[in-house]
Design a protein around this ligand. Structure first.
Ligand code: NAI
Length: 347
């Protein structure tokens, strides 16, 4: 077997805004760690549009279907008008129904709570993201919140299986079924059924989302795994990111039945794009999740070894005060990557 054929092909979507900066940083760190990955790069978002292409081409969607694993930078979605979200389209077209976002504290990043370690699991395909919006009459518009038994059951089963495999103790569903009795009511019924019939050993809780948010701010350590429908998962992810230092340190993954797209929780950060200031850690941590996924699904210990080296390097860099500006440090993207690579354990 030639050395090239021993590499795992991964689709890389740099995205736009800070996307190209943080993906370039991840590529450098992966190379330094000897990660057995070869990138197949596809332009998406405003960068693809500026080059005369489409925001999201069929070729890109087909490439992810073929390769099965992708690492994705953020993509801008205009507010209030303009094109539909490429992110939402990608998740729907590829049926990436489960978003997973681990939120944990880091030594060296000072926040109100220490030892925070929770996981957010977000339904990724329906709810208010159904995209069904219309004008009823002048001055009246309607957005449809869609819930199906299939998607609510599928995400619930995914969450309980995840919790069992990762030895998590408790799942809490955030909902608003007191008001949205039908849609959130269905979500709760599906989650309860999966708990009772398939995973009775995992502790199960339900919290109305407004009270849940208050508890998350007062003491997030009382939670373990949070299970939420689409919009709640989006909002609560950023709230939880704020508890561990911000969007620069929260990674994510979107899973379908046999596809996985890894991406940071943050967006394209137009306020700092092109200035070399972005924190590449959230995308790098998403890359670490991707290497662990490759280690498990392709049974390749080299992926785990390189993910361990990267993780050791950023844990050490942060604990020694090497930080980008969003975390209270002074380093730009490149200088932070230099500091991280210097601290990477040798093979
Ligand atoms: P944002 O996450 O891009 O930025 C929010 C704030 O966090 C900004 O002040 C930004 O500078 C800061 N920030 C975010 N990531 C950072 C990083 N890695 N390092 C340092 N600071 C960072 O959210 P915003 O401004 O609401 O959205 C901007 C655009 O991104 C919008 O078009 C939005 O639709 C899109 N977006 C895309 C996502 C994706 O591609 N998955 C996810 C969220 C938003």
């Amino acid at each position: 077997m030639s050395p090239e054929s021993q590499l795992h092909r991964v689709v890389l979507l740099p995205g736009d805004g800070i996307g190209p900066e943080v993906t370039a940083a991840v590529k450098r760190v992966f190379a330094a760690a000897g990660a057995p990955v070869e990138w197949e790069e596809h332009a998406v978002g405003l960068v693809a549009l500026a080059a005369g292409g489409e925001l999201l081409s069929e070729e890109t969607i087909e490439a992810i279907r073929r390769v099965k694993v992708a690492l994705k930078g953020p993509i801008t979605t205009p507010v209030g008008e303009g094109h539909a979200s490429v992110n939402v389209t990608l998740r729907k077209r590829l049926n990436l129904y489960a978003a997973v976002r681990p939120v944990r504290s880091f030594t060296g990043v000072t926040t109100r709570f220490e030892g925070l370690d929770l996981v957010i699991i977000r339904e990724n395909t329906e709810g208010l993201y159904s995209g069904v919006e219309n004008q009823v009459t002048d001055g009246v518009v309607m957005s449809m919140k869609v819930a199906t038994e299939l998607a609510c059951t599928r995400i619930s089963r995914w969450a309980f299986r995840f919790a069992t495999r990762r030895r998590r103790r408790k799942i809490t569903v955030f909902h608003k079924a007191n008001i949205m009795k039908m849609s959130d009511g269905l979500f709760l019924r599906c989650a309860r059924k999966i708990h009772q019939e398939e995973y009775p050993n995992i502790e199960y809780q339900e919290t109305i989302i407004d009270a849940g948010c208050m508890k998350l701010v007062q003491d997030p350590t009382q939670f373990d795994v949070l299970l939420l429908e689409n919009l709640y998962g989006d909002v609560v992810s950023d709230l939880c990111a704020g508890q561990v230092g911000g969007l620069g340190v929260v990674p994510g993954a979107n899973f379908g039945d046999d596809l996985a797209v890894f991406e940071a929780v943050h967006g394209s950060a137009p306020d700092i794009a092109g200035q070399g200031l972005a924190n590449p850690l959230a995308l790098l941590m998403s890359g670490v999740m991707m290497l662990n996924h490759l280690a498990e699904t392709r049974d390749d210990p080299r992926c785990r070894a390189s993910s361990d080296r990267i993780k050791a390097a950023y844990d050490r860099a942060l604990s020694e005060g090497q930080k980008t500006r969003d975390l209270g440090g002074t380093l730009g993207t490149e200088a932070f990557v230099d500091a991280l690579i210097e601290r990477m354990p040798r093979v």
